[in-house]
Write a protein that binds this ligand. Structure first.
Ligand SMILES: [Zn+2]
Length: 241
């Protein structure tokens, strides 16, 4: 809905705030690139919700929903859930009242088709993607990160740790909820290889699409395993301000 300028002039700041368009930021990058960690830290600073499609999918699998049953085997073998299904659960989450101000997406879109479907969905609602931030790491750094990653076994929490870079305060225990930490099935060595191959194949057309359609709203950041989490966060925050 668009208001004439004269009407806009008389609206109070409070009302303007309520009509403000939501902010949609997406963090892109290979598996283990740190999308989840960055999103988790930045979301409260920006007043947005952190929404991970990976976590949404894992919750569906853990809850044994119809969707979960359909994608369980594929996801645990390192494959991708079908685009239509992922977009439908994401759209449902985006419409939730707690996400009205906007979200930081993590792990979505993973494919060109998902990016196009997200754009179509947002256009239907009269909004668009605010910024796409691509975390680009070397394959060696990604492998080091994934193989030592541990994840909270509580699907409602799902926080990630790293045995070297971000260990939990108490061994094998989630700092946030106290549940046991596990190695996700898709972080096992044979799955890592499959995931990196899938990422390479799927991300190339996605990159081209965003370069063509997003212009300066697409930003590349190059973290390395030698950088601290704070250094990476500072880089990402600087492009959001
Ligand atoms: Zn937890």
């Amino acid at each position: 809905m668009k208001f004439p300028d004269c009407v806009m002039f008389f609206l109070t700041r409070r009302v303007l705030w309520r009509f403000r368009k939501p902010t949609y930021v997406t963090l892109l990058g290979g598996p283990g690139a740190g999308k989840g960690t960055v999103a988790l830290e930045l979301a409260p600073l920006l007043g947005l919700t952190h929404l991970s499609t990976g976590a949404l999918i894992r919750k569906e699998i853990a809850d044994g929903t119809d969707f979960g049953k359909q994608v369980k085997a594929t996801v645990e073998a390192g494959g991708l859930a079908p685009d239509e299904l992922v977009v439908s659960i994401l759209a449902r989450a985006l419409k939730a009242p707690e996400n009205r101000r906007g979200v930081i997406l993590d792990g979505f879109p993973r494919t060109l088709r998902q990016a196009q479907m997200l754009d179509e969905q947002l256009a239907d609602w009269g909004v668009s993607l605010t910024r796409a931030i691509w975390l680009e790491l070397s394959e060696a750094d990604l492998i080091e990160r994934l193989s030592l990653r541990r994840t909270c076994s509580n699907s409602g929490c799902g926080r990630s740790y790293h045995l070297k870079f971000q260990p939990p305060k108490v061994a094998d225990t989630c700092d946030a909820c106290g549940s046991a930490l596990i190695q996700r099935k898709d972080d096992a060595p044979e799955s890592i290889k499959a995931r990196l191959a899938t990422y390479k194949e799927e991300s190339a057309p996605l990159r081209q699409y965003y370069k063509r359609t997003r212009g300066s709203a697409l930003v590349f950041i190059n973290p390395t395993n030698a950088m601290t989490k704070e250094e990476v966060l500072a880089k990402v925050s600087s492009v959001l301000r």
